[in-house]
Write a protein that binds this ligand. Structure first.
Ligand code: NAD
Ligand code: LMR
Length: 384
């Protein structure tokens, strides 16, 4: 009876072998920091919903590869997720595990999503996180360079401060790829989608949720305070919302989006920052990459992220845009902006949005954003 119990225990507590999955082409998504508040919720959304994005007759299997420095939490998270009845496999990885640690987590990954790092407490700014989170991102960047195919992988950063960590990660990857000639810098992205989600939500709240659809408001610049520019002028073209932001309401809404993160930090009262809404925003972005990589589309066209605008040779990431970049954003090297992305990375940067800003956005919000963002980028580059 004892032997039988041991055999049963081992059988059920090992990950069930994914027999059919082995015969399929694996689309591997690695989440680094997967045992945290964002990591767990995002992994849940991926495990429960990513399968619905697969084409009907597909030869692709999605594997979620979860890494965290907190061993018990990551093993538990992966085990828990593995009981969800969707055809997606989950694996747990932690430093020095017998399964190859982070190397095994990252090898052959097509998409790496990074929510690893400490969140804010009341009274802190995102910039106050740089000391701890820069070390984490730099070390993860070195691991990505070591174990991933830099000619292929797409790297999505959630950890704060995004404005500085994306420049730091991009240049860590470039430095680690010194003898290679990958175009990894056109596949590193900071996720600023939560700002778009908030803008849409706050407008709907103001409108009393009268519409059944959510307005899409691009948010450009960076991801902290006055670097966040919600482009509410786009609503003027939408009859449903055209006059909603008159009479001073526009200023209040811009401020609410810029400091939306503080509302959650305050409400959580020392227990971290946004996790659930961030996981939702992160999944929206991840879903677009899954669509691209399983062949539902050749290009992602409806996406805004914070990205490098030039490559290691100081050429435009998306050729032909030099003139617009210097005209509107002072030759800034990183910016959150609408993009078109294909399997090779950024294909087009939609600088047109800068030409279409209204005077409040162009003459008031943009100059303030650029000044702060320039300093944030400098901070990240110094830490490489
Ligand atoms: P959390 O503390 O709940 O989770 C972080 C996880 O990272 C933990 O499980 C921790 O063990 C893990 N970790 C720490 N060092 C690691 C390493 N070297 N390798 C792998 N894992 C490591 O925090 P959270 O609430 O999930 O937030 C994570 C980060 O995301 C914070 O920096 C936060 O500011 C940021 N954030 C960004 C946005 C955005 O819009 N981009 C939104 C919300 C939060
Ligand atoms: C947010 O916008 O909610 C995140 O960047 C977390 C934070 O620190 O506010």
């Amino acid at each position: 009876l004892i032997i039988k119990t041991i055999i049963n225990f081992n059988f059920f507590h090992k990950e069930m072998p994914a027999v059919n999955a082995q015969e399929k082409e694996i689309l591997k998504i690695s989440v680094l920091g997967a045992a945290g508040g964002i990591g767990q919720s995002l992994s849940l959304l991926l495990k429960s919903n990513a399968g619905f994005l697969l084409p009907h007759e597909t030869s692709t299997h999605i594997r979620l590869s979860l890494y965290d420095v907190n061993k018990d939490a990551i093993v538990g998270t992966a085990a828990d997720l593995s009981h969800i009845d969707t055809p997606i496999t989950t694996t747990a990885h932690y430093p020095d595990d017998s399964n190859g640690g982070i190397g095994q987590c990252l090898s052959n990954a097509s998409v790496v999503i990074i929510p690893a790092g400490v969140p804010r407490k009341p009274g802190m700014s995102r910039d106050d996180l740089i000391g701890v989170n820069a070390k984490i991102i730099k070390s993860l960047g070195e691991d990505i360079a070591k174990y991933c195919d830099l000619n292929k992988v797409h790297v999505l950063v959630i950890s704060n401060p995004i404005n500085s960590l994306v420049p730091l990660l991009t240049n860590t990857l470039i430095r680690s790829d010194a003898n290679g000639n990958s175009n990894i810098e056109s596949r590193v992205y900071g996720i600023t989608q939560l700002d778009l989600v908030r803008s849409s939500t706050f407008v709907q709240q103001l409108n009393g949720f009268k519409s059944n659809t959510s307005p899409v408001i691009p948010v450009i610049g960076g991801h902290s305070g006055d670097t966040i520019i919600p482009v509410f002028s786009t609503l003027e073209r939408d009859p449903e919302y055209a006059n909603l932001l008159d009479n001073g309401m526009r200023l209040k809404m811009v401020h609410r989006v810029q400091y939306g993160g503080d509302e959650i930090v305050k409400a959580k009262n020392g227990n971290g920052s946004a996790t659930l809404s961030m996981a939702y925003a992160g999944f929206k972005i991840a879903a677009k990459f899954i669509d691209l990589l399983v062949g539902n589309t050749d290009t992602i066209d409806d996406i805004v992220m914070y990205v490098p605008l030039t490559n290691r040779n100081h050429q435009e990431i998306a050729p032909g845009s030099n003139e617009l970049r210097s005209r509107y954003i002072n030759d800034l090297l990183y910016f959150s902006i609408p993009l078109s992305i294909n399997r090779n990375g950024i294909k087009k940067i939609h600088y047109e949005i800068l030409e279409n800003l209204d005077s409040y956005e162009r003459d008031t919000l943009l100059p303030i954003c650029l000044k702060t963002l320039e300093g944030n980028i400098e901070t990240g580059l110094k830490l490489v």
